[in-house]
Structure formats: structure tokens, C-alpha cells
Design a protein around this ligand. Structure first.
Ligand code: SF4
Length: 114
């Protein structure tokens, strides 16, 4: 079992989670495409299930695999691409960012019916 970054991260990409991960298992696509959107992903092979990242994400985009909402089910396979197609990804780096407002977080969730 691993933690999963969902589409709630797409085009938001706050790296607070990257800063706290003890095993550096967050990745970003080298090239953004339909298959590899602009979002962070967690390597299921490397994640040690410590849960430290989940509360750090200001967009509330990270879930334990067993709790991923149905609307984001395909994101489980998307995160697995980090392991199966590693050459398409770079290790994510921490970047300074302004956290979103509560209204922005709610509007982002509403796009997915949450
Ligand atoms: Fe990293 Fe822990 Fe989050 Fe897995 S659960 S991605 S090991 S911080």
C-alpha cells in the first residue's frame, strides 16, 4: 500500500509534501502531456506509508490508496507510472509557493464533484 497524489494536484503543484517526505519518493513528469499531467506523483515502490505528506498538502490532494475517492481511481495507475516508466519523470524538487486560500481549495475540489 502507498499514498497516492490525485488530480487535485493538477496544475496546482505545491511542494510542501516533497519537503517532508523522508524517502524522496515524489516525482514530476519531464514533459507534461495528456498521459503525464502537470502534477506530483508518488512512487508506490518507494513510499514507506509514513503518512507525513498527507496533511502537508494544502490542496488536500493526497490519499492513502485504500481511501482514494472513486473519481480519482485512475490516479492510482498514474502514480504507478513513476515506477514503470521512470525515464519519463524527474525527482520532484521543493519550490517556494504561496498556499491557496480555503476558497481556492474548495473550488478545485468542486471541479471533481467533491
Ligand atoms: Fe513520502 Fe511518507 Fe508520503 Fe509515502 S506517505 S510519499 S513515504 S511522506
Amino acid at each position: 500500500m502507498a499514498f497516492v497524489v490525485t488530480q487535485l494536484c493538477k496544475d496546482c503543484v505545491d511542494t510542501a509534501c516533497v519537503a517532508v517526505c523522508p524517502v524522496d519518493c515524489f516525482y514530476q513528469p519531464k514533459e507534461v502531456s495528456e498521459e503525464t499531467p502537470n502534477m506530483l506523483l508518488i512512487s508506490p515502490d518507494e513510499c514507506i506509508d509514513c503518512a507525513v505528506c498527507e496533511p502537508e498538502c494544502p490542496w488536500e490532494a493526497i490519499y492513502p490508496e485504500e481511501d482514494v475517492p472513486e473519481v480519482f481511481e485512475s490516479d492510482i495507475a498514474l502514480n504507478e507510472l513513476c515506477d514503470t516508466e521512470r525515464d519519463k519523470f524527474d525527482l520532484a524538487e521543493v519550490e517556494e509557493d504561496t498556499p491557496p486560500s480555503a476558497e481556492e481549495v474548495a473550488a478545485n475540489k468542486a471541479k471533481y464533484g467533491l
